[in-house]
Design a protein around this ligand. Structure first.
Ligand code: F6P
Length: 548
């Protein structure tokens, strides 16, 4: 397809049908949709892999669901899903298979990709990780001076950090409490300094996590970590072997860095960075919660994979959520999607989802290079409830923008303290109710509100949300939740016909930064050939550094 040729999406029959259907739905209020259909709240729900999705508070009718399903059919979502599970190179711009689903396939399964059984490879690595994790956790693996490891510092960025830190925080309840886990990602020296503050080098293990093992931030932090470690261990190079392990696909670079490849845990190019928390990139997670709990997490991922593969589209949680994102983004013009986990342990989940969703679907061309004439990936953001309620929820309730929200709640708390959990969950239910139904002027007046204040207190409602419920936040549930969003992202990408698995957009900034480093550090005033703004900023910085 040439670059000027329009992509197919807008000319699909289901798209046209959705466009005329949208006019009808847009005019309807959730109050009326519920009033005229008393079963709606029990019908527009779906269950899968232990998660319950209530999608009834969305601005849809049964016809919307049917038409969106038709769109999925016309866009070949199921065929593309099968192509992914079969190991086809669906990441076209990098000519790679996309097989994070193989990372959680049970041991007895087999999946041949280019003649290699990838499930066998996955379990060999899991076994090595398990053996290592047990040695560290039991104290059998000791540091250079013979002390057991008490501190684990994961050094990585993007997918090599966000998954590990999110999973550690989410599963802290199940973690080895006598051990300290820290995460260094930013090239800002403050991150390293604060993350290692108070740690004893004799008891500290660094896990250098990088798919490529060339990422500027991670390599800079890894070198600083080596200096920090050696400085605390008498400068003996031999200490590195006891205090550094690597997680990477790049054995050559790992060896060059000085880490024995015996202490390297590998993964494969068919695992994207943002889809890697269940690969060896999860080593810090396994060190925290142990191999058995890690296996439970993988089983959760796999349960959602099976649901995604087997459930009919209209009952398929990730497909439904993906289609709803398309509905709001492309028909209602919604720009963002709020994700609000009502569990403090999930406080890094929105940040994790930002990379998963936005690095995947922030794309402007289709698989064959045509510029899209519709919006793609939404901006994902969020904070745990109830904190967000006392901050930005005002805008969601009474602002001028439509912000579809996902509320995530659990039936049981991992920390059942008095009435806390009932209060927490009452807020989940209250928020989605308030967003959907609001408060009419009549209701406000009936409360005796002065007439001039009435408009301020009216809540229009008709603001859509999904509610996702699970029994309890544990490793299995975390796996299902992450896979839910992974496959929702996949569904959206398949509808938009984009490559959800590359990330060329982040490359330019990386290359420009590398070019600027010597210009900041040169002793002589460098010849700058940037635009006038960038030149002036660089000069200003150099001047400030000279004055130090
Ligand atoms: O931000 C770009 C990116 O390539 C991400 O996709 C990836 O997760 C991150 O950098 C880190 O890459 P690596 O694991 O190779 O260090």
């Amino acid at each position: 397809m040439s670059e000027d040729e329009a992509p197919a999406l807008r000319s699909r029959p289901a798209w046209a049908a959705l466009e005329s259907h949208f006019a009808e739905v847009e005019a309807r209020h959730l109050r009326d949709l519920f009033a005229s259909d008393p079963q709606r709240g029990e019908r527009l729900v779906a269950d899968g892999a232990g998660l319950h999705l209530d999608f009834s508070k969305n601005r849809i009718t049964d016809e919307t669901v049917m038409l969106l399903g038709q769109l999925a059919g016309e866009c070949g979502v199921e065929e593309r899903r099968e192509a992914m599970f079969a190991g086809e190179h669906i990441n076209v711009s990098e000519d790679r298979a996309v097989l994070h689903v193989a990372l959680r396939m049970p041991r007895q399964r087999s999946l041949l990709v280019d003649g290699v059984d990838v499930v066998k490879q996955v379990h060999e690595t899991l076994d090595r990780m398990g053996a290592f994790a047990e040695r560290v956790r039991s104290g059998e693996w000791t540091g250079h001076t013979g002390k057991p490891i008490r501190n684990v510092v994961n050094v990585g960025i993007g997918g090599s950090d966000l998954g590990p830190v999110m999973a550690y925080e989410a599963l802290r309840h199940f973690s080895r409490r006598e051990m300290t886990f820290r995460f260094v990602s930013n090239v800002d020296g403050t991150d390293f300094a604060e993350s290692t503050r108070g740690l004893d080098p004799e008891e500290t293990l660094f896990v250098i996590s990088s798919k490529t093992f060339t990422t500027l931030e991670t390599m800079t932090n890894a070198r600083t970590a080596r200096e920090w470690s050696l400085a605390g261990l008498g400068g003996e190079e031999a200490a590195v072997a006891k205090h550094f392990v690597a997680v990477s696909t790049n054995a050559e670079e790992v060896a060059k860095f000085g880490i024995d490849v015996e202490n390297m845990f590998g993964f494969w190019e068919w695992v994207g960075g943002r889809y890697s928390m269940d690969s060896a990139i999860g080593l810090s997670t396994m060190l925290a919660i142990g191999p058995a709990r890690f296996a439970e997490m993988l089983a959760g991922f796999h349960a959602m994979d099976e649901h995604f593969r087997e459930a009919p589209l209209a009952e398929n949680l990730p497909v439904l959520m993906g289609l709803l994102s398309v509905w709001y983004g492309d028909f209602f013009g919604a720009q963002t999607c709020g994700v609000f986990p009502y569990d403090q342990y999930l406080h890094r989940f929105p940040a994790y989802l930002q990379q998963l969703t936005m690095e995947s679907n922030g794309k402007h061309v289709t698989l064959d290079g045509a510029h899209v004439d519709y919006d793609t990936g939404a901006i994902f953001w969020g904070e745990p409830g109830t904190n967000g309620q006392h901050s930005f929820y005002q805008l969601i309730h009474q602002g001028t923008r439509l912000i579809p929200c996902d509320f995530i709640g659990f039936m049981h708390s991992n920390n059942p303290l008095g009435r806390h959990h009932d209060l927490l969950m009452s807020n989940v239910f209250a928020q989605s109710e308030a967003l959907a139904f609001g408060k009419t002027p009549e209701q406000v007046r009936a409360e005796g509100t002065a007439e001039e204040v009435v408009p301020h207190r009216v809540m229009e409602g008709n603001r859509p949300s999904n509610t996702i419920l699970a029994e309890r936040l544990d490793p299995h549930t975390l796996g299902t939740l992450v896979a839910l969003y992974e496959h929702s992202v996949f569904t959206q990408g398949a509808i938009w016909g984009i490559d959800s698995f590359d990330q060329w957009g982040v490359e330019l900034g990386k290359a420009l930064a590398v070019a600027i480093i010597p210009e900041l550090q040169a002793d002589e005033e460098p010849e700058l050939a940037h635009d006038s703004s960038t030149n002036a900023l660089i000069r200003r910085y150099r001047q400030a550094r000279r004055a130090e």
